[in-house]
Every structure is written in structure tokens, then in C-alpha cells.
Write a protein that binds this ligand. Structure first.
Ligand code: UD1
Ligand code: M6R
Length: 371
């Protein structure tokens, strides 16, 4: 039931304040006078000791689920102090890459039925690793065949383009980092500030959804373009990849997510006054580096659309020479949840304006059950 919405993708984008609330329900502990704020993930609590002792955490997924894991990697590294590596399921299988008994392997999948991810799970089980699932579908193959895991509880997602599952996956993986890192005193203040940020996140997402009309206007400007680049780095490298994936899969427009740190190693050659470029430059530890990327794109007359933290337009766009999307600022590691929303809205409006099928893009299936 689409309710008041025209398409499932639109409905699922707009219901993110609620889906995120459900994802966190019962899992964040507010703490009290002598009790610290903490996270409780019932599905993995008995396995935390083993996870903390593992030599490596390996994330495996495809498409959007891979991007969600990538968004969460920095906070896992920071809070857990365990090396974290990333694998696209098909690529791991192509290489038969090393997976060891001492590894914790985390399988991320909305449907829990993706063939490549399932085959990678079989492979990791054969190699004796602890296998953890993060899925939206209770009773799915991944939920059944992993040793333990966490349901993201985002509610049924119908649109082929994954939207609310992405933001809930990130939140679950941030909670996973908080749970694994729970045994170190030195991170306590940082952990508590992230938990505070999680409590506020649904209302921040509600706020960023107000950009709907602005994104529709931007879509009108961009609807006849051939291509759109999205630059991000740090926590928001994944936002660049995921924003570009949305535009590509539903609006059928070429789009590429680019790691801003790689700009001078090739992509800069593409820049001219016609090609639209979204630069994600919300305020975090990479901010000054992003400012200098913007300056360099600007020097090549790049057609810039900059996403920045509210009130910082003048820091990213001196002289008002570019289009600015201002978003509410949240704790750095959950900023990707806020930042993807305007790009989801942009992809949605581009698709409607270009006259394509929003919920079932050509050639794609919601759940890819063949290799
Ligand atoms: C569980 C209940 C929830 C209840 C709550 C109360 C289910 C599905 N969840 O939620 O209804 O309100 O307790 O305490 O009944 N698992 C995997 N692989 C996966 C995902 C999950 O093995 O990919 C396993 C978990 O290890 C766990 C079980 O499935 O044993 C349920 O996981 P989850 O729903 O995340 O647990 P809770 O949040 O505790
Ligand atoms: O169900 P899964 O999360 O395993 O699906 C993985 C990908 O097929 C999926 O995320 C795909 O990239 C989406 N269509 C993206 O919107």
C-alpha cells in the first residue's frame, strides 16, 4: 500500500524517520545516574567476546548493502581497533580470496537472498569463520545460515532501489561498532556522543526530507544531462557511491561516485563548465581537504552542487558561485544517513521527470537470486 505516495520508492524515502526509529527500538540504552549509555543487540550479545578476539572483520555485500558497510567501516575501525576489510561478494568468489577461522565475516543483505552473498557465506562457513548476518528479512537464507546476526527491522522494502534499508543498515553497523567497542573505557565519551546522535537521528532525517522541493527543482535543471559525478571522502565516500548508484539505476543516467582524494589521479580531466558535479562537504575531519577540492574544481570552471552543513554555505562556496544543498549536521559517523537523503530524492525526481519506471527499473530485480 503506497498510501498518499505515487511510488514505493517515494514512500520508502519519506518513511525513513519511522524506519530508523524501529531499527533502534529497544537497542539503545539511555543510561542513568550511574549507568553508562550503551547499545544492546540481542542477536549478537553472546558472540561479542569472540568477535572482539577476531583478527579481522570482513564485510561482504553487493550494491547498496556493500555501500552501507563501506559507510560504517571508519567507525568500526575507530571503536573496535580491529582491521576491517571490504569485499564485494562476487569479487571475493572470483578470487577465492583468503578467509580465515580467526575472521569475523559480516554479511550485509536487505533481502537475505542475494545469490552472490549466499555463495560467499557458504565459502566463509567452509573456511571456519564466525559468520554474522545483517538483514532485513526474518527467516531469509542469510538469517538462517549465519551463526548470529542482527535484523535491521526497517519494514518491507518494495522499490527495487534500496533506500530505507540503506540507512537502517548503516545505523545497525554503527550500533555494532558501539557494541564491539563497549569494553574500552577510553572511548566512552565518544560512544555516548554517538548514542546521543542516534537518538536525535530520526528528527534530523525528518528535517532533511524538507529538501524535497529543492531536490525536485535541481532535478528539473539536471534532467537532460548525460552524466553526473558525485565526489565524497571519509565517512561520505560511501554516500558518493550510493548517490551515484541511485541515479544510475532508477533515473538511467550515467553517474559515478568518486573518492575525492583520487581527483587528481584521473577524474579531474573530465571537469568542464558543463558536467554537473555534486561535492559532499559536510563538516567533519576531512572538511578542509574537501574545501580545497572545491577550490580546484572551481578553478577548472566545474559546475558545482555542494552539499554542506547548515550555515556553512559561505565556507564551501565563496562568492555564491555554486549551488548549495544545506543539510543538518549530526555526529560524523552517522552523517552519511542524513547526506544520502537529498540524493535519494534527486534520483527519484530525475526518474519521474525523465519518464522512467521508478519502482521497477528496466533489467533489474529486487532480489538477485542468480549469479
Ligand atoms: C528478538 C526478536 C524480537 C523481540 C526481541 C526481544 C526475532 C526475529 N526478533 O530481537 O521480535 O522483540 O528479541 O528481546 O524474533 N540472526 C542471525 N542472522 C541474521 C539475523 C539474525 O542468525 O542475519 C539471529 C540472531 O542471532 C538472533 C535472532 O536471529 O538469534 C534474532 O535476531 P534479532 O531480531 O536481531 O534479535 P533481537 O533484536 O534480540
Ligand atoms: O538484498 P541485497 O541487499 O543483498 O541486495 C544487494 C543488491 O542487489 C541491491 O542493494 C541493489 O544494488 C539495489 N537495487 C540497489 O538499490
Amino acid at each position: 500500500n503506497k498510501g498518499k505516495y505515487e511510488h514505493y520508492m517515494q514512500k520508502e524515502i519519506h518513511e525513513q524517520p519511522e524506519s530508523l526509529t524501529t531499527t533502534m527500538r529497544g537497542r539503545l540504552i539511555r543510561g542513568g545516574s550511574c549507568k553508562a549509555k550503551s547499545v544492546l543487540l540481542g542477536g549478537i550479545k553472546d558472540h561479542l567476546k569472540t568477535i572482539r578476539r577476531s583478527r579481522r572483520i570482513v564485510f561482504i555485500g553487493c550494491g547498496t548493502s556493500y555501500n552501507a558497510a563501506l559507510a560504517s567501516r571508519p567507525i568500526l575501525e575507530e571503536l573496535c581497533g580491529i582491521p576491517v576489510t571490504m569485499e564485494i561478494a562476487s569479487d571475493l568468489l572470483d578470487r577465492l580470496g583468503p578467509i580465515y577461522r580467526e575472521d569475523t565475516v559480516v554479511f550485509v543483505s536487505q533481502s537475505g537472498e542475494t545469490a552472490d552473498t549466499l555463495l560467499a557465506l557458504e565459502y566463509a562457513l567452509e573456511n571456519g569463520a564466525l559468520c554474522v548476518g545483517i538483514t532485513n528479512t526474518v527467516g531469509s537464507a542469510i538469517a538462517r545460515n549465519t551463526h548470529c546476526g542482527v535484523h535491521i527491522n526497517a519494514g518491507c522494502e518494495i522499490g527495487v532501489a534500496s533506500t530505507k534499508a540503506y540507512t537502517s543498515q548503516i545505523v545497525v553497523m554503527v550500533m555494532l561498532a558501539l557494541a564491539i567497542g563497549d569494553d574500552t573505557i577510553s572511548n566512552q565519551t565518544r560512544r555516548e556522543s554517538i548514542i546521543d546522535g542516534l537518538f536525535e537521528l530520526p528528527s534530523k532525517v525528518r528535517e532533511v526530507l524538507k529538501l524535497d522541493q529543492e531536490m525536485k527543482d535541481l532535478a528539473k535543471e539536471l534532467m537532460s544531462e548525460q552524466s553526473l559525478l558525485v565526489f565524497g571522502r571519509g565517512y561520505n565516500y560511501a554516500t558518493a557511491l550510493e548517490g551515484a548508484l541511485k541515479v544510475k539505476e532508477v533515473a538511467l543516467m550515467h553517474s559515478e561516485g568518486i573518492l575525492a582524494g583520487e581527483m587528481k589521479h584521473g577524474p579531474l580531466a573530465l571537469v568542464d563548465e558543463n558536467l554537473p558535479i555534486v561535492v559532499i562537504a559536510t563538516h567533519d575531519a576531512c572538511f578542509s581537504k574537501q574545501q580545497s577540492v572545491i577550490q580546484q574544481l572551481h578553478a577548472r570552471k566545474g559546475r558545482l552542487i555542494v552539499m554542506c552543513s547548515k550555515g556553512e554555505a559561505s565556507l564551501v562556496c565563496p562568492g555564491g558561485s555554486c549551488r548549495v544543498i544545506e543539510v543538518p549536521q549530526v555526529v560524523d559517523c552517522i552523517q552519511p544517513v542524513v547526506n544520502i537523503v537529498p540524493l535519494q530524492l534527486l534520483a527519484y525526481h530525475l526518474t519521474v521527470l525523465r519518464g522512467y519506471n521508478v519502482d521497477q527499473p528496466r533489467n533489474l530485480a529486487k532480489s538477485v537470486t542468480t549469479q
